[in-house]
Ligand binder design. Sequence first.
Ligand SMILES: *Cc1c(COP(=O)(O)O)cnc(C)c1O
Length: 411
Amino acid sequence: MTVMRPKHAPMTQFPVQNNCLHVGGISLVRLTQRVGKTPFYAYDRQLITERVHLLRHCLPEEIHLHYAMKANPMPAVVQHLAGLVDGMDVASVGEMKVALDTGIPPDRISFAGPGKNEHELACAIAAGIVISMESERELERITTLAEQMGICPTVAVRVNPDFELKSSGMKMGGEAKQFGIDVERVPAMLTRISKLGLDLEGLHIFCGSQNLKAGAIQDAHDKTLQLGLQLVQVSPIPIRTLNMGGGFGVPYFPGEKPLDLVAVGKNLQRLFSEIKPDLPGIRFVIELGRYIVAEAGIYVCRVLDKKLSKGRVFLVTDGGLHHHLAASGNFGQVIRKNYPVIVGNKVESSETEVASVVGPLCTPLDLLADQMELSKADIGDLIVVFQSGAYGLTASPTAFLSHPEPLEVLV
Ligand SMILES: *Cc1c(COP(=O)(O)O)cnc(C)c1O
């Protein structure tokens, strides 16, 4: 019996010509010359646009699509997306500035995250963005600040539901969590908001990230809409928006398959036809980070040295975990697995070898590919890590070992 080793999902989003990967219509070799130095991240604007169009096509028209900026806050990417999506979710004052700079209306920007400080809250109140409140104390803090500033703040209540998004890469609800307000305390919170006379935008229910199972997402959507309905019925003030979260995943590791977006969309369509009469005039939001940008980005580094140690080949590159923590397996992964990696200027080579791609840092954790079958590479060749458009550069410890920061380009 032959054992089939699981493979990476095919990475067909970037075309290959003359054996070289192309990004935004430019060969990787030429793009590298244009950027001027390695390592760098490249994001393909056309792929980002196509992904938003795919979402629009598959999800019901009632869905307002928001971009969760922390997945990739590069200003050019955010500006590009501002013209495509219906709103942005920010997680800091820094992200808020980038979002506001795009010209997107403030009432389409929401600010979530535990532990917002007074400076952040004051800036958000002044900007007029929707503050997604993560605790009762935050509500009181906002009220005091808003009174001092003479501004009526717009708020939403982030709910920690009593269900979870099953099989998520990262759980963000359904158990004891630092996010949101436990569901049983939400009615009292809504009453308090009503008494204080704040402008309530609505509810925010986000329970997980990096999910590839349509069934699990469908289940979470069922429960989210049910919960939304219950809370709308008990709320003493109108709910304008129900932010249903997101959590759509992309395939990173061998054996993982792309999410069945059509199935997710069909289920939402069915749910809306059942539930919409009970939730008239409500704006439904799905907020996505990773799903919109991850597959449109690559990380590129160059082979500096090629070594043999006890029969194993090591490609030593100028890139590593300081730029791409997730690809090294150190961004929350329990078991290290390889991201899809290729030699970008020798995509389809007849000569392959099993090699490990490592970085320049003085730690064995600095590993971008562990014993992968790659085209036979030499000094100067370009290593490409796919699925790098989300949680790449800004999710990495760039100061570790004090190497220069990599560049980012939107092509
Ligand atoms: C991080 C985050 C997101 C984005 O999650 P993805 O998995 O990248 O889609 C959305 N909403 C909130 C509140 C978040 O914290």
